[in-house]
Design a protein around this ligand. Sequence first.
Ligand SMILES: *[C@@H]1O[C@H](CO)[C@@H](O)[C@H](O)[C@H]1NC(C)=O
Ligand SMILES: *[C@@H]1O[C@H](CO)[C@@H](O)[C@H](O)[C@H]1NC(C)=O
Ligand SMILES: *[C@@H]1O[C@H](CO)[C@@H](O)[C@H](O)[C@H]1NC(C)=O
Ligand SMILES: *[C@@H]1O[C@H](CO)[C@@H](O)[C@H](O)[C@H]1NC(C)=O
Length: 477
Amino acid sequence: MFKFHQTKYTFQILDKMRCLRKRSTVSFLGVLVIFLLFMNLYIEDSYVLEGDKQLIRETSTHQLNSERYVHTFKDLSNFSGAINVTYRYLAATPLQRKRYLTIGLSSVKRKKGSYLLETIKSIFEQSSYEELKEISVVVHLADFNSSWRDVMVQDITQKFAHHIIAGRLMVIHAPEEYYPVLDGLKRNYNDPEDRVRFRSKQNVDYAFLLNFCANTSDYYVMLEDDVRCSKNFLTAIKKVIASLEGTYWVTLEFSKLGYIGKLYHSHDLPRLAHFLLMFYQEMPCDWLLTHFRGLLAQKNVIRFKPSLFQHMGYYSSYKGTENKLKDDDFEEESFDIPDNPPASLYTNMNVFENYEASKAYSSVDEYFWGKPPSIGDTFIIVFENPIVVKKIKVNTGTEDRQNDILHHGALDVGKNMLSKQIRQCDTYLRLGEFKNGNFEISDVNQKIPFDIRCIRICVTKTQKEWLIIRSISIWTS
Ligand SMILES: *[C@@H]1O[C@H](CO)[C@@H](O)[C@H](O)[C@H]1NC(C)=O
Ligand SMILES: *[C@@H]1O[C@H](CO)[C@@H](O)[C@H](O)[C@H]1NC(C)=O
Ligand SMILES: *[C@@H]1O[C@H](CO)[C@@H](O)[C@H](O)[C@H]1NC(C)=O
Ligand SMILES: *[C@@H]1O[C@H](CO)[C@@H](O)[C@H](O)[C@H]1NC(C)=O
């Protein structure tokens, strides 16, 4: 158990390192050692919050005793209180009602290239009229330079006046006096002093933004100030959240990059804000986020493909250095996220390790993997309730394992469930055969005269290759 976690983390760490190496000149080994040390502080086999709290308390007394925010973590069981900051409202009308999603971004003056206006434009442009009613955008102008803020506010109010009036765009600022010390900070990772200052201030910028947004909606997604959104991203997010109903999650990721497209329950925001403040000088915020998720016992990354958000910036906000990191899973155009209504999945195939049947059906980037199937083997999806199906799509194999497809197979739909005990349908109707390992059919509801309770994938010829079912997508009407 312990081993498994640690291996997973090490991979994540290495993954991070790779992108970090591009971004800064941090020494690989140094970071690895410090990171592993830090991880060790709380990755023990007790992966529970109680234990973590104890460990954090120890960590914090070791490292953060002298900080200004020491009082906030004396009692870690109480993370729910807001941070007492009096915000300046640079452009805002009072929030009339709670929305579904708040989109938060924090911006500082850049040496080269500002993309903030483009980012705000992209959020609104890529949303439909209906979607706009359910979002609010909060921009934290976090630079201490007031003349820069004045210029930005002027630009924003000129360009987006009607969104401000409609209460869906707010521009705020947290005054400098609320910030903890930003000079003479710890030089972790051997970062240069101005880099430490930059990333530490950024953690506080985010903390104050999150703190502000705790009460404006049900969910919150963090963007950066140089992001392009994909069309109808809100609808995609809603579908994903609905498909995860009843499961435990802390962070959903809609982009591979930095602090873009990370989604939280709004009720977690005060905790997250306190957490960033507590460790603001320790490490960059995207690392802290990984810890936050781990501390709240979400073990693995839950990331969605395609990505909904992309960096548009060529220059990073730190010193205007080049930043060409792009997310190759980003799709800008509207794409059709499946509905995948609640269902149970069964197979009589020989499942490989933990690549269970349900992994073929989840919207997360994971799949089912079975040992070579024989003729007559089946893979069955039983819906909780009979449904009207519009479209079905099944993909097998992956880019890396193009042989692990279903070489000969067919897809059936079933009507009545046999009984509560035997989760199977009694009669099936064949919809078609797999071609090159893939199956797709539209207008199912016009071809089938009943509501569908089961979908069955049948192996029609024994194969010597293993079988990966990468995704099963169901669209309801
Ligand atoms: C948590 O903090 C809030 C505000 O800071 C306070 O009103 C509340 O009583 C505290 N709860 C506990 C359990 O200490
Ligand atoms: C918040 O801070 C202000 C001064 O900055 C103080 O007057 C007020 O009492 C504080 N409120 C709470 C709830 O601590
Ligand atoms: C503040 O920003 C303005 C406009 O961007 C710039 O002209 C000025 O030099 C800045 N002031 C400081 C102290 O950096
Ligand atoms: C959150 O909103 C509720 C209802 O609108 C309000 O009563 C409460 O005071 C708000 N809390 C904060 C921290 O703003």
